[in-house]
Ligand binder design. Structure first.
Ligand SMILES: [Zn+2]
Length: 289
């Protein structure tokens, strides 16, 4: 691998038409969004051009600079070696051949908007690799996180917890990611308490001393009702179990579904407050008639 990489000089074929270059089942958006340091298994018997970019490979990805999906053109990998078979057919070296004789490799791409993508992999063994670096970050390339409309309506503290949770997950730090999901949950309870303090017959100090399940009981009629539905009612205990008892791998397996559940709760909270705003505006206008 070159010691320095100047993306200005990275040559890719920028096709303008819609036809994609060579297909590659390995290099997908999933791989681009896979956390760093997570072991990635590959079938080492397949040709290197089925893993590494070759013959003008292109992939549609979310460009964080443009905040839009763009086509990324990959530089052909110099590790793909093609020779000619006895009947004049193209023969490509196997990926095992590449993995066996290198320690690291990098992929470089440019999008049709001229933004760059660089990924560095470490070769762990003859059938395992891991990403050790990526720019833009996995987190920034994740369209789902960056385009979450509902987050735009929440205050900074919610947004920061949510983004830190996703960011830690992208570094494969999953127990830490769950701690930030728990923070969202706790903030939701505290905000609900503060918003309704006049209608509650308990002080803030008393409330803070309650166990989590008692806090939830106390606020039951004020919280998003989805929190009491099957499965959802266990979110907090699952998150706590993850933080205190489970391994990084077990937490990794739970993270996405717990994140999705927290999102549903936040969405319900948002919809509820929008409904109140909408209705009070109408009632104000009606009273003026
Ligand atoms: Zn762009």
């Amino acid at each position: 691998m070159d010691e320095s990489i100047n993306m200005e000089y990275v040559k890719v074929k920028e096709k303008k038409d819609n036809g994609f270059g060579r297909n590659n089942d390995f290099l997908t958006e999933d791989i681009i969004l896979t956390p760093l340091y997570k072991k990635i298994k590959i079938d080492s018997s397949i040709p290197s051009c089925d893993v590494l970019p070759y013959n003008d490979f292109r992939l549609e990805l979310f460009c964080p600079e443009c905040q839009k999906r763009r086509i990324f053109n990959f530089q052909n990998s110099s590790l793909v070696r093609v020779s000619w078979g006895p009947r004049g057919e193209q023969v490509c070296n196997t990926i095992l051949n590449v993995l066996h004789s290198n320690n690291y490799f990098s992929l470089k791409a440019k999008s049709d908007c001229n933004h760059n993508l660089l990924i560095v992999f470490r070769i762990v063994s003859d059938n395992t690799i891991e990403k050790i670096g990526q720019f833009p970050s996995i987190y920034d390339l994740n369209e789902e996180i960056n385009n979450k409309q509902f987050l735009k309506l929440f205050d900074k503290e919610y947004k920061d917890y949510y983004k830190t949770a996703c960011s830690l997950f992208s570094f494969n730090t999953c127990i830490g990611a769950l701690i930030y999901l728990r923070r969202i949950f706790e903030k939701l309870l505290l905000d609900t308490f503060n918003d309704n303090v006049e209608s509650l017959d308990i002080s803030l100090d008393e409330f803070k001393k309650l166990r989590m399940e008692d806090k939830v009981k106390q606020l039951r009629h004020l919280l998003p009702q989805i929190m009491f539905e099957q499965g959802f009612s266990q979110i907090y205990s699952k998150i706590s179990d993850g933080i205190h008892n489970l391994s990084e791998e077990e937490c990794s397996a739970m993270f996405l579904v717990l994140k999705a559940a927290i999102e549903e709760i936040l969405i319900e909270k948002m919809e509820k407050s929008e409904k109140i705003k909408r209705q009070s505006k109408i009632s104000e206008e009606l009273s003026k008639m």
